[in-house]
Ligand binder design. Structure first.
Ligand SMILES: C[S@@+](CC[C@H](N)C(=O)[O-])C[C@H]1O[C@@H](n2cnc3c(N)ncnc32)[C@H](O)[C@@H]1O
Ligand SMILES: [Zn+2]
Length: 505
C-alpha cells in the first residue's frame, strides 16, 4: 500500500470509530433515518443519490451486489432490503467494515481499491459511490472495478468538471495535507476513455437548488416521490453517475419493482448503537470466501482458521473479527508495477499516449496550493458555478425560481435580516422553548467536556431540560447542553430552531 493510502487509512479508522466507545456512533451515512442520530448531514442529497442508484438497479435482474468503499454499509443494506440479493461491502477502513458487520450484519472485507481481492466478474452489480475522488490511483481503481463486474458497474462522484479547463483549476486547489481530501477531479471523457463509449453518463441530481434546501421530512417525501430520471449530464447539476452495462438485456419484471422511496425512508439502523461482542459478529460466509482472490497475484486463497493463504504466491491475509484484511504487502511492490504495466498496455495500447496523459492528470507534484493562486482560482470557480447553477435552475424550474436561487446565494445573511425586519421576527429567547419540544440544530454542535459528542447542523432532538442559561437537547440518548446563541465570525447566531412538523420517537 502506498504512503498516501496508508495515512488515509489511519485517519479513516479513527473516523469510523468515533463515538463507538460512548455507544453513540457518529455515522457518515444517514443510517439512522432522516436527520436522526449523530450523522454527518447532507441527508437530502444522499437520499436523492441513493434513490437514483436504486432506480437504476431496479431495471436489472441481478443476484449479487458489492459496494466498493461502502463505509458503514448503508447502501448494501438498502439493496439487500429492496432486491433480496446477496449484498456485500468493502472499504479501506477496517473500522468501517466492522460497523457494517455490527450494524447491518453484512459480509465485509478490508481492501484498497487499487488492487481488489476478488475474482474476475465476481459480482453481478458493483457500485463505487463517492470514492474515486479520494484514492491515490483512480485509473487503476476504475480498471479494477470493471474487472470484478459481471453485469453492471455504477460509479458516482460529485468531483466532476464539465471541461478540462475547470478540471485544471480544481486540481490546482487540491491540498494533499488535508485528510481524505477530494484529490481527483474528473470529466466525462475520462470514463468514456476507460470504460468505452457505450456507457451512460448523467448528472446524479439535476436541480442544484435542492442541494442546500433545509427540507422537513414531509417535504423530503414529496421531493423523493417527484424524482424523475433525465439521463443527461448538465452543467450545474450535482455530480456524475456513470453506468457501464456489460450485458445487453437482463431486465427485472415491471411488477417486481419495489417502492424505493418507502424503503429509503423506512430502512434505518438502531440508534442505540451498541458494540457487539466479537462472538456475536456474523461469520464470514462461504459464498464470499469463494469470491476472494489474492490482491497481488489474483490466485485462489484458502481459509485456514483465521488466515487466508494464497495458493500461488504464498501471501497470508489475516481475518480479524470475521473481516478478511486483504491489502497487498510491501514486498509485492515490484511484482505489482510489472503486473500493472502489462495490464495497462493490453487495455489502453490502442491509445497509450492518451492513457499516459490521463494518468499524469492525477499525479500531484506539490501538496499545498500557493496562497495567491488559491484566492484567484477559488473566486473564478465560485463565479462560474454560481452562473451555471442559476441557468440550470431556470431551465429545470422557472425564471422566478432562478431569481430566488440567485438572491439566496447572493447575500444569504442580508436577505435573512431583511426578512426578519419585514416579518417582525424577533430573536428567540429561552422562554420560547419548553421541555418535550422538538428542535433542529441550526449549527454544528460540539461538546468536549464529559464525553466527545458532535452533532451536525440539521439534526433533530428533543428538549430534555431548561436551566438559566442552557437548554439540554437529547439526541438519541445523548444529552447535549446547548447555549441559545453562538458567537460566530459573523456575530451571534441562534443555535436552535423549532420544528413542528416532524415527530421523532
Ligand atoms: C465519501 S465516502 C463514501 C461512502 C459511500 N460509498 C457513500 O456513498 O456514502 C468515501 C469512502 O471511501 C473509502 N475509501 C477511501 N479510500 C479508499 C481506498 N483506497 N479503497 C477503498 N475505499 C476507500 C472511505 O473509507 C469511505 O468510506
Ligand atoms: Zn498471491
Amino acid at each position: 500500500m502506498d504512503k498516501y493510502t496508508q495515512k488515509t487509512k489511519e485517519w479513516l479508522d479513527k473516523r469510523f470509530a468515533e463515538g463507538v466507545k460512548e455507544g453513540a456512533y457518529f455515522a457518515h451515512q444517514p443510517i439512522y433515518g432522516y436527520k436522526r442520530g449523530r450523522t454527518e448531514g447532507r441527508d437530502l442529497i444522499r437520499y436523492l443519490r441513493n434513490l437514483s442508484i436504486l432506480t437504476k438497479l431496479s431495471y436489472l435482474k441481478f443476484d449479487s451486489f458489492m459496494d466498493i468503499g461502502g463505509a458503514e454499509g448503508y447502501m448494501p443494506n438498502l439493496v439487500k432490503t429492496a432486491f433480496k440479493v446477496d449484498s456485500y461491502t468493502c472499504d479501506l477502513s477496517f473500522e468501517a467494515n466492522l460497523r457494517a458487520k455490527e450494524i447491518f450484519n453484512l459480509d465485509s472485507v478490508s481492501i484498497d481499491i487499487s488492487n481488489l481481492p476478488f475474482k474476475d466478474e465476481a459480482f453481478d452489480v458493483v457500485l463505487c459511490s463517492e470514492v474515486l475522488e479520494h484514492v491515490a490511483n483512480p485509473v487503476q481503481a476504475i480498471s479494477e472495478l470493471r474487472r470484478i463486474t459481471k453485469k453492471a458497474l455504477l460509479i458516482t462522484t460529485e468531483a466532476v468538471c464539465y471541461d478540462s479547463l475547470e478540471r485544471k483549476l480544481r486540481m490546482m486547489l487540491v491540498d494533499l495535507s488535508e485528510d481524505h481530501c477530494d484529490r481527483n477531479w474528473f470529466i466525462a471523457e475520462d470514463f468514456i476513455f476507460m470504460l468505452g463509449d457505450n456507457i451512460d453518463c448523467e448528472s446524479t441530481i439535476y436541480d442544484p437548488g435542492i442541494a442546500d434546501k433545509g427540507a422537513s421530512l414531509d417535504e423530503v417525501k414529496i421531493i423523493l416521490s417527484g424524482y424523475a430520471e433525465r439521463g443527461i449530464l448538465t452543467r450545474g447539476g450535482v455530480g456524475i453517475t456513470v453506468l457501464l452495462s456489460k450485458i445487453l438485456k437482463d431486465e427485472r419484471l415491471k411488477g417486481t419493482i419495489p417502492n424505493l422511496v418507502d424503503i429509503i425512508l423506512n430502512t434505518a439502523a438502531n440508534t442505540d448503537y451498541k458494540k457487539n461482542n466479537d462472538s456475536d459478529l456474523h461469520p464470514i460466509s462461504a459464498r464470499l470466501v469463494e469470491l476472494l482472490r489474492c490482491p497481488a497475484c489474483q490466485s485462489v486463497v484458502d481459509l485456514d482458521k483465521n488466515t487466508l493463504r494464497c495458493s500461488s504466491c504464498g501471501n497470508e491475509y489475516a481475518v480479524k473479527d470475521n473481516v478478511p484484511i486483504m491489502y497487498t504487502h510491501d514486498k509485492d511492490a515490484n511484482f505489482l508495477t510489472k503486473k500493472w504495466n502489462t495490464r495497462f498496455l493490453s487495455e489502453f495500447g490502442h491509445d497509450y499516449k492518451h492513457f499516459l496523459k490521463l494518468k499524469k492528470v492525477f499525479e500531484h507534484t506539490t501538496s499545498k496550493p500557493n496562497f495567491l493562486i488559491r484566492i484567484i482560482v477559488c473566486r473564478a470557480l465560485k463565479i462560474e458555478k454560481f452562473i451555471c447553477n442559476s441557468i440550470n435552475v431556470m431551465c429545470q424550474r422557472s425564471l422566478l425560481a432562478s431569481v430566488a436561487y440567485f438572491l439566496r446565494v447572493l447575500k444569504k445573511r442580508t436577505l435573512r435580516e431583511i426578512y426578519r425586519v419585514i416579518n417582525r421576527v424577533r430573536k428567540p429567547v429561552l422562554s420560547d422553548f419548553k421541555i418535550g419540544d422538538t428542535v433542529e440544530f441550526a449549527k454544528d454542535y460540539q461538546a468536549l467536556d464529559n464525553q466527545k459528542v458532535f452533532v451536525r447542523q440539521g439534526t433533530f432532538g428533543k428538549i430534555a431540560a431548561i436551566s438559566d442559561d442552557k437548554i439540554t437537547i437529547r439526541v438519541e440518548g445523548v444529552e447535549c447542553p446547548v447555549d441559545l446563541w453562538a458567537n460566530t465570525k459573523r456575530g451571534y447566531k441562534p443555535t436552535l430552531m423549532h420544528i413542528k412538523q416532524v415527530k421523532i420517537s
